[in-house]
Write a protein of this length. Structure first.
Length: 256
């Protein structure tokens, strides 16, 4: 296990259809506690499959994934996943959606109410507690999904392109919100994205994936100071250099 690593992906591969389809091959990653690793790559490079393996929803075909030094073969306590398409229950209110995981964990009613109130406030949804998902914008729905994941107080937050389904302006606001949340909550995060900009704004490190087969081409240290202002990051000369470099790494894998 890498020294100090919270999550270790150790030469992991995932194959489907009796080995005829390779989602990703021989992936190595180390993520330290409280770090944000962004994984950027084209469609079909295995980003989502890798995240599902880290979250214990899938099992690698070879190699292993370790969390706190223990092999991960199934979903485990302390790991929460936020998906791209919100995954909210349309028949439940904001409060009921955020409370869902806490009730499954059979926490005392007072504790559930306390956690739900805290995280609804944290994501800026005060006043919308009794609304249903269809009454909310896409950005607000994604905030509910984020609050639901955070309410269980996970040590690790896995995010699968969570802002991809909202408009560009809302996406930037959600990025700012996530940066603020990370400063307050100090979670270990793996964030999957197609966006180079998003990866550089959010991440401490960026893993660049290529496809056919899915593999890590390079891992870059971002190095921008925290607390982090997205506008200030984009104004940095190194931001443009890194963005151009990552694009040149990705370009051969992008299919028109």
């Amino acid at each position: 296990m890498a020294d100090g690593a919270k999550i270790v992906v150790d030469h992991a591969s995932k194959l489907f259809l009796e080995g005829t389809v390779v989602a990703f091959r021989n992936i190595e990653l180390n993520v330290r506690a409280n770090e944000v690793l962004c994984v950027v790559g084209p469609s079909g490079c295995g980003k989502t499959t890798l995240l599902r393996c880290i979250g214990g929803l899938l099992t690698p075909s070879s190699g292993q994934i370790l969390i706190d030094g223990e092999p991960t073969r199934s979903p485990r306590e302390g790991v929460a996943i936020v998906f791209q398409h919100f995954g909210l229950m349309g028949w439940k209110t904001v409060v009921e959606n955020v409370a869902f995981g806490l009730k499954i964990a059979r926490l005392p009613r007072e504790r559930v109410a306390e956690q739900v109130e805290h995280y609804i406030h944290l994501v800026g949804l005060n006043g919308f507690e009794k609304q249903y998902p269809y009454q909310l914008s896409g950005g607000m729905q994604q905030r509910v999904g984020l609050a639901r994941a955070l309410a269980t107080d996970p040590e690790i937050l896995l995010m699968d392109e969570p802002f991809a389904s909202v408009d560009a302006q809302t996406r930037e606001l959600l990025q700012e919100e996530l940066l603020r949340l990370h400063e307050r909550e100090r979670k270990t995060m793996i964030f999957i994205t197609h966006s180079i900009d998003e990866a550089l704004v959010l991440g401490d490190h960026v893993a660049v994936m290529a496809t056919r087969p899915g593999r890590i081409k390079e891992i870059l240290t971002v190095g921008f100071a925290r607390p982090r202002d997205p506008a200030a990051v984009r104004a940095e000369p190194r931001y443009t250099e890194m963005r151009n470099h990552i694009w040149e790494e990705l370009r051969p894998s992008v299919v028109m």
